[in-house]
Design a protein around this ligand. Structure first.
Ligand code: NDP
Ligand code: 8X3
Length: 250
């Protein structure tokens, strides 16, 4: 039977690549994001499968609730939710960072992810079938200068994913936290508030992960036998590793 996947942040990067990957396997797609022209593009591109595209700001709880409540016939029983919408803003130290940026990251990466999860879970539990795939980050495990609130939001995603598993242990609903490292998308352009030149320096001289690499993992975790749950996938490009502890000598 044709399965249904709902992907947030499908207008760019990992989310868009996930939409392409699941479409290639014939899945029915619910795709969302704030940029409607990008959603229109996606509909034109993914002609071979049913697509329900819906403009959505995940920070808006009422919008999220209405989106899930008003899903059209044929799209209501969501098998997989890819909680991908998210962003980093700024790389300043905590003493200099913008509180507005901090709030946007918390509202999107934490609260938005919670709204989507809470809205879709009752259906999944009632059907005793479903899969929540959260887009975490290595930043949720390893600190780096300027990662302050961004990394903390992804640490939330890590622990929330684990706690979901404990609440769902009596069901066959699965939860996976994918934790990518350096990956080229629009992520750094957004982080540096549109400064493409600065964003390019993040990837210069590296071979970063590509959105398609992450989409492959997101699709793969859904294909293992139903009694198997891939809890966490930490993934980095070969050119990246964890740094040493920092010691400041005065
Ligand atoms: P992109 O900037 O390319 O894509 C981000 C997506 O999130 C866009 O589709 C954007 O859509 C959507 N989005 C952002 N804010 C909102 C919002 N308020 N409501 C709805 N959608 C929103 O970045 P990536 O693809 O790289 O990032 C995807 C996820 O992966 C994020 O959660 C990010 O933190 C995480 N990640 C990224 C890594 C990287 O190095 N690239 C590594 C590890 C994790 P729109 O603007 O149209 O709303
Ligand atoms: C994105 C990866 O290391 O830039 O989550 O924070 S990193």
């Amino acid at each position: 039977m044709q399965k249904t996947v709902c992907i947030t942040g499908a207008t760019s990067g990992f989310g868009r690549a996930c939409a392409q990957r699941f479409a290639a396997e014939g899945w029915r797609l619910i795709v969302s994001g704030r940029r409607t022209e990008r959603l229109d593009e996606l509909i034109r591109e993914l002609k071979t499968v049913p697509v329900h595209a819906i403009p959505l700001d995940v920070r808006n709880r009422e919008e999220v609730t209405a989106m899930v409540r008003d899903l059209p016939e044929g799209f209501r029983d969501v098998d997989v939710l890819v909680n991908n919408a998210g962003l980093a803003l700024g790389l300043e130290g905590a003493h200099a960072a913008s509180l507005e940026d901090w709030e946007t990251m918390i509202d999107t990466n934490i609260k938005g992810l919670c709204y989507l999860t809470r809205c879709f879970l009752p259906g999944m539990v009632a059907r005793n079938q479903g899969h929540i795939i959260n887009m975490g980050s290595i930043a949720g495990t390893y600190p780096y200068p300027g990662g302050n609130v961004y990394g903390a939001t992804k640490a939330f995603v890590k622990q929330f994913s684990r706690n979901l598993l404990t609440d769902l242990v009596h069901t066959r609903v699965r939860v996976t936290n994918i934790e990518p490292g350096l990956a080229e998308s629009e992520f750094s352009i957004v982080r540096f508030h549109g400064d493409k030149e600065k964003a390019d320096t993040v990837y210069s001289g590296t071979e970063p992960l590509r959105p398609a690499d992450i989409a492959e993992i997101a699709y793969w975790v859904t294909t293992v036998p139903p009694h198997v749950n891939i809890c966490t996938v930490e993934v980095m490009p070969t050119c990246q590793s964890c740094g040493p502890f920092a010691i400041h000598r005065g």
